[in-house]
Ligand binder design. Structure first.
Ligand code: ATP
Ligand code: MG
Length: 267
């Protein structure tokens, strides 16, 4: 396979991607594509296509600081989410603090690109662990270098909205469900989310809450785990207080720490 043939296939399968004719695209879009699809990323996407993990990379769902998330379609037509981490210095600095001090990641690589791959693998492993303990997160499908493929949360018309953007009829119920999810994260999967907020929880039209952005999750033994647990509960409680719920992070903490799954959490 010549590299020209590879690019031909990629042009066909990645929406909006053109290697040869960049003039047709506007400067912003070109920047995003060039930053995310460096040569390594293109090789990996090509591999995902030839190994039949995905058939097409359809369109961006989100372009964030640390990476972009795309909707993709598998050969059998299932929709998937593909998260491609940026391999930039800023991303590198930000993720170090979640890897340092984590007993599972003692031999961390020093090269930036390798570290981002460890980070993507970490998100994949965290998702697998949380799925095993029945926490509501996207099912992980595949990880390769800085690219993570997972279950797509949403429908054919679009990705499920973030909690911050949904009008809520029963906010109390949602708050209690999130604390119940956290109970499982902490007491059965033995992890701390460490970035829980209304931005990292999706709500499907069927009313299913899904926790996302699991890369920075740490084990309970991490020296900062207790601080991050508190920060998570404060963040989410503050959000629900603004939605009129009598949410008290201290009660949520007491419930989670009591580790008694016979009691349901209530406000
Ligand atoms: N599995 C998924 N299914 C559908 N949409 C998703 C999925 N994962 C992520 N998204 C969308 O992509 C956005 C960014 O994902 P995520 O929070 O995991 O990345 P991030 O690195 O935090 O990016 P950002 O810097 O934008 O916060 C989410 O807010 C959500 O809208
Ligand atoms: Mg996020």
């Amino acid at each position: 396979m010549s590299s020209q043939e590879m690019y031909d296939i990629l042009e066909e399968r990645i929406d909006g991607y053109t290697k040869s004719d960049t003039r047709r695209r506007d400067a912003d879009q070109r920047k995003t594509y060039d930053e995310v699809f460096d040569h390594m990323a293109l090789l990996r996407i090509y591999k995902l296509i030839t190994s039949q993990v995905i058939e097409t990379l359809d369109h961006p769902i989100s372009t964030g600081k640390e990476g972009n998330v795309y909707r993709a379609t598998s050969p059998d037509g299932t929709l998937l989410a593909v998260k491609i981490y940026r391999t930039s210095t800023a991303t590198f600095r930000n993720i170090m603090k979640y890897i340092d001090g984590n007993p599972r990641y003692r031999n961390i690589p020093h090269k930036r690109r390798q570290l981002i791959s460890v980070w993507a693998k970490k998100e994949y492993n965290n998702l697998s662990r949380l799925i095993k303990f029945k926490v509501s997160v996207p099912q992980p499908v595949h990880v390769s270098g800085n690219i993570l493929v997972m279950e797509y949360i949403g429908n054919e018309f679009g990705a499920a909205p973030m909690l911050k953007d949904v009008p809520m009829e029963y906010p109390e119920e949602l708050y209690m469900n999130i604390i119940e999810e956290y109970f499982k994260i902490y007491n059965t999967a033995c992890l701390v989310h460490a970035d829980l907020s209304e931005y990292n929880i999706l709500l499907t039209e069927e009313g299913r809450l899904v926790l996302i952005d699991i890369g920075q999750c740490v084990v309970r033994e991490h020296p900062e785990a207790e601080n991050w647990l508190l920060r998570d509960l404060k963040n989410i409680s503050r959000f629900f207080v603004r939605r009129g719920v009598a949410a008290d992070w201290k009660n949520a903490l007491k419930y989670i720490k009591a580790d008694n799954d016979k009691n349901k959490f209530s406000i």
